[in-house]
Ligand binder design. Structure first.
Ligand SMILES: [Zn+2]
Length: 221
């Protein structure tokens, strides 16, 4: 009996220490929370060829995590969802705060009844005067947005609608703790862009996100 207790004690001790070591490792890393918009019962917008926004957002998030961590082992990407599940907006911000993220990126795709509407856009929170917002985080958000916009337009040759300002729950609820942006990758209501996202577009955006994260981290070192 005593022997069993000792064995259990040693096992518990081992897991406790490996957990502590793991969390210590994570604190040294540059942590980016990538939020694949929508999921589960919430499909987001539905575009050409019945393409669902939630699926595009998730694919981009997963590819970005894979290539970024492979390229730079000092970056840890945490996803608010790794599969097709519903997570409410507040919870997404809570995840980013829990992990003390250095950067928060929410991924979405757009819809417009005008099927000719095209192009991606980067959004920053509009109401910066509220006491919830940290001005330094706001400046960093803008800095990151400029890096990302530059890569998307110059390297990926994406049609850009530029950096815009709007009200988004995930930005509003994260900006007090970290820089945060929302990326609208393009219009899946547009045939050309929908077909692009069905094929190589997801990788194209993921590589651009990855490059922008690595560059932003370097500039902050
Ligand atoms: Zn969306």
């Amino acid at each position: 009996m005593l022997y069993r207790k000792i064995v259990i004690f040693i096992i518990v001790l081992f897991f406790t220490f490996s957990f502590i070591r793991k969390s210590e490792e994570n604190t040294d890393k540059f942590i980016v929370v990538i939020d694949a918009g929508h999921g589960g019962k919430d499909s987001g917008t539905i575009g050409y060829n019945k393409l669902k926004e939630k699926d595009i957002n998730l694919s981009i998030a997963l590819i970005t995590k894979y290539i970024t961590e492979k390229y730079d082992s000092n970056i840890k990407i945490i996803l608010t969802r790794k599969e097709d599940i519903f997570i409410d907006l507040k919870k997404r911000a809570e995840i980013a705060k829990y992990f003390k993220a250095d950067l928060f990126i929410s991924i979405h795709a757009d819809y417009n009844p005008n099927k000719n509407a095209k192009g991606g856009g980067i959004f920053l929170e509009k109401n910066i005067k509220s006491k919830n917002y940290d001005i330094l985080n706001y400046k960093k958000s803008l800095k990151y947005a400029l890096i990302l916009d530059n890569i998307l337009t110059k390297k990926l040759k994406m049609k850009s609608r530029g950096i815009q300002f709007d009200n988004f729950s995930v930005l509003r609820n994260t900006l007090s703790d970290m820089p945060s942006i929302l990326l609208e990758v393009g219009f899946i209501s547009n045939k050309e862009e929908a077909l692009y996202f069905e094929e190589k577009g997801k990788k194209g955006i993921a590589y651009s996100l990855s490059k922008s994260i690595i560059l932003y981290k370097k500039e902050n070192e």
